[in-house]
Write a protein that binds this ligand. Structure first.
Ligand SMILES: Cc1cc2nc3c(=O)[nH]c(=O)nc-3n(C[C@H](O)[C@H](O)[C@H](O)COP(=O)(O)OP(=O)(O)OC[C@H]3O[C@@H](n4cnc5c(N)ncnc54)[C@H](O)[C@@H]3O)c2cc1C
Length: 558
């Protein structure tokens, strides 16, 4: 079925007499087939199944015509159930003359919009004028099609929050329904779900995923989750700005390139509501937009982009480099660029782990922003990421309080952002404070804060807490393979002292600028020791690392 075909609103007709059913469908198709999809059923149950399938696909139904006398489920019983699935569809009953009394009564029972008498010949006189009027009424109603992916889940479940974040970061339009909402209930019923295994994801093509993993979601929305080849010129680990930069330059310069990302492309930048200091965007650009364009650009040049694949090991054997994934599979390459960036540190205080996803969030402020309307929001952190989140959330929230451990923001946040925050009325900055406990039953309710200088404690009402603290490189899997500094950042080029790599460095030349202690393994972006921790520098290092990849390859070819 083609895409436009799916998107046309449907008119469903059901009659247990196959010849009548076909005749109604034929007449409807003749007049309305161009603008509407005519769906035909021969029993109430079959019609209900068809409606549920349409619902799961996100299709809209404009009108339902049901025969009154049907065995098993009468037309009235069917229309009553159909109301639950498509409350906005116009409901029409097809009756024989003898049943008009029952049809009139049904106007109240199932909120019937019209009844039609059999036979309806000629349709121009008896059928079409009625259907025309009903379709006009339907078009005037404030009904609007919702063809997107739908997510149904518990409001305060961290997995529901992760699934929404995943879809948002991969630019998949979706609608979110809590499992208690009427539409959520309808979707669960249509999918035959008892609401135990959530979230439920109903995709636009009708597929239903129950509590899907990231990998299942990725496959479902058309993202690759495994490399197509066994061997590449270049494997890039990490799909943030540095990895994407390397993928664009690597592939555009003819290297067989694969980028492997454990979650969604974009990295930290993908969580940024507005990057204002990236060259060429005087009005700023959202990190999601910037990195999505980079992903498309990398794909255009022929780079393979793999998501939801966690790299867990790097093996070196002679000139061969093997990158191993969490599922045990692996891919070989001449060269590797490590662009794994940094991840947020967890805040260690009682109550926070339990309430993560239920008012407490790490880094991800964007998907939760609508829920913050008129709420008291707290943000922990004093760097630009925290400042941007404060400015972004202040648009909806009642108040936003930035909690900073240090004595001032000046040491950690850009001047332009400090000025911006100072001008926003509902943003408050509290320095020298830390969160020592979070309380709440199902959702965050209060936070206990401690003034670090005075040692005093206070408990404040809080609806949301976003944590943007201390980024860590998470490079344990590289232990014993490449040399790292005391904090786990990977050492490269001039930062590698000769004594750092005596056992592996077998070449006459010194390491290239972005080369690690293993020849042919390069490092770009935030994960590199002494890196600038900026989008522009990460992208630049990605591009630069590719230049060194070429030099390395020339060396092994000669
Ligand atoms: C909210 C926020 C706002 C920011 N705003 C700005 C700004 O305005 N201007 C600015 O210049 N900078 C800003 N920054 C900083 C900037 O985003 C980072 O410096 C930049 O993203 C670093 O890019 P990267 O590619 O090195 O690493 P990251 O962006 O951290 O990306 C690394 C990627 O590698 C993946 N990865 C990690 N380990 C593995 C593994 N083992 N296997 C597979 N994949 C893995 C991660 O999932 C991640 O996607 C901001 C950061 C944040 C969080």
């Amino acid at each position: 079925m083609t895409e436009p075909e799916k998107r046309r609103p449907a008119i469903l007709t059901v009659d247990d007499d196959p010849s009548v059913s076909r005749a109604v469908a034929r007449d409807l198709r003749r007049k309305y087939g161009g603008d509407y999809r005519i769906v035909r059923a021969e029993s109430g149950q079959q019609a209900l199944d068809a409606l549920r399938e349409l619902k799961l696909r996100g299709d809209v139904v404009a009108a339902i015509l049901a025969d009154y006398r049907m065995p098993g489920m009468t037309g009235l019983e069917f229309l009553e159930s159909a109301m639950d699935v498509y409350p906005g569809a116009r409901r029409l009953l097809l009756t024989a003359y003898a049943d008009t009394g029952a049809a009139i009564e049904a106007i109240n029972v199932v909120d019937l919009d019209h009844y039609l008498l059999k036979p309806w010949d000629p349709p121009e006189e008896k059928l079409y004028p009625v259907i025309d009027a009903e379709l006009e009424a339907w078009a005037r109603s404030d009904y609007r099609p919702v063809p997107e992916t739908k997510v149904v889940g518990h409001r305060w479940s961290s997995r529901s929050s992760e699934v929404r974040e995943f879809l948002a970061r991969n630019q998949i339009p979706y609608r979110w329904y809590t499992s208690e909402s009427p539409e959520g209930q309808r979707l669960l019923a249509a999918a035959g779900s008892d609401g135990q295994d959530l979230p439920l994801v109903a995709a636009a093509d009708g597929t239903v995923l129950t509590a899907p993993s990231d990998s299942e979601l990725a496959q479902h929305v058309g993202l690759s989750t495994a490399p197509s080849e066994d061997f590449y010129d270049l494997v890039i680990v990490g799909g943030g700005p540095a990895g994407l930069g390397a993928a664009v330059y690597g592939a555009s310069e003819g290297l067989r390139t694969v980028l492997v990302e454990r979650h969604s492309t974009g990295g930290q930048a993908g969580q940024s509501s507005r990057i204002e200091n990236y060259l060429g965007f005087p009005d700023g650009v959202s990190g999601g937009q910037l990195t999505e364009r980079a992903r498309l650009q990398a794909g255009k040049f022929g780079a393979e982009v793999i998501t939801t694949s966690d790299v867990t090991a790097l093996e070196i054997a002679g000139a061969g480099r093997t990158v191993r994934f969490a599922d045990g599979t692996s891919v070989g390459a001449h060269t590797v660029i490590l662009a794994t960036g940094v991840s947020y540190r967890r805040l260690d205080a009682p109550g926070l782990d339990r309430l993560t996803g239920a008012g407490v969030y790490y880094g991800s402020a964007l998907t939760e922003a609508p829920a913050c309307a008129d709420q008291h929001v707290f943000i922990v952190g004093g760097a630009n990421s925290a400042g941007q989140a404060a400015a972004y959330l202040s648009r909806n929230a009642c108040s936003v309080t930035l909690l900073v451990r240090g004595a001032s923001l000046e040491a950690s946040m850009s001047y332009y952002l400090i000025q911006q925050l100072a001008a926003i009325e509902n943003v408050h900055v509290r320095t020298g404070v830390e969160v020592i406990e979070a309380q709440g039953e199902e959702h965050l309710e209060t936070l206990t804060l401690r003034d670090r200088a005075a040692g005093t404690e206070e408990t404040v009402p809080a609806d949301f807490l976003f944590v943007f603290i201390g980024a860590e490189p998470r490079t344990d899997w590289l232990d014993g393979i490449v040399e790292r500094d005391g904090k786990g950042f990977v050492l490269t080029g001039p930062d590698l002292r000769p004594e750092d790599a005596p056992s592996v460095w077998e070449l006459d030349r010194p390491p290239f600028h972005l080369e690690s202690s293993v020849p042919g393994v390069f490092v770009a972006g935030d994960v590199r020791s002494e890196s600038a921790k900026r989008v522009a520098s990460a992208v630049g290092e990605g591009a630069m690392a590719v230049m060194f990849v070429h030099r390395y390859l020339e060396g092994i070819d000669s």
